[in-house]
Design a protein around this ligand. Structure first.
Ligand SMILES: Cc1cc2nc3c(=O)[nH]c(=O)nc-3n(C[C@H](O)[C@H](O)[C@H](O)COP(=O)(O)O)c2cc1C
Length: 151
């Protein structure tokens, strides 16, 4: 059995956010957040404990991502979604969120854990590639048009 202090060190050393939430009505309220979550969101633990993480969406969460998360939670299943979140200072970041149900034999209760990874660079790069591909396609079309148009 791993020493709980060692597990705590591991969780605190993580670069990804790690949170634990427990169900309260239709909410899953935070009962734990590691320091990476505090750094990523700009909120302190005191500010976010007992709140449902949806506040990070500032009311602008992608409908599809939210629905997938809600369905997974309602069915006690794991899920992974990339969703736009906002820090305390209002700046946006892309959060690759993984959630999974866990059962704690100690108190006989079900919890959800969440792992948050900041994937803003990857999402921005992908958007830029798509934009460049669209520009390239229209430049190619223009070349074809110029080649085939009568002089
Ligand atoms: C453990 C856990 C962690 C979560 N972390 C986040 C998060 O970091 N960002 C976010 O936008 N939603 C997060 N969610 C999802 C929201 O709390 C909420 O479940 C989701 O928006 C779907 O429910 P709703 O349609 O009622 O808002 C998390 C959910 C759970 C269970």
């Amino acid at each position: 059995m791993i020493n709980p202090n060692l597990l705590q060190l591991v969780v605190d050393a993580s670069n990804d956010g790690i949170v634990i939430a427990e169900q309260e009505g239709s909410d899953n309220i935070l009962i734990y957040a590691n320091s990476a979550f505090e750094r990523m969101t700009g909120y302190t633990c005191e500010e976010i404990l007992y709140r449902d993480c949806r506040f990070l969406q500032n009311g602008q969460g992608d409908e599809n991502a939210r629905r997938q998360l809600r369905e997974a939670i309602d069915n006690g299943r794991p899920a992974r979604q990339i969703i736009r979140n906002f820090r305390k200072d209002g700046t946006a970041f892309w959060n690759e969120l993984s959630i999974a149900p866990v059962f704690n034999e100690g108190d006989g209760r079900h919890y959800f854990i969440g792992i948050q990874k900041n994937v803003t660079e990857q999402v921005t790069a992908r958007e830029r590639i798509m934009q460049l591909e669209a520009e390239l396609a229209s430049a190619r079309q223009e070349i074809v048009r110029l080649k085939t148009s009568p002089r």
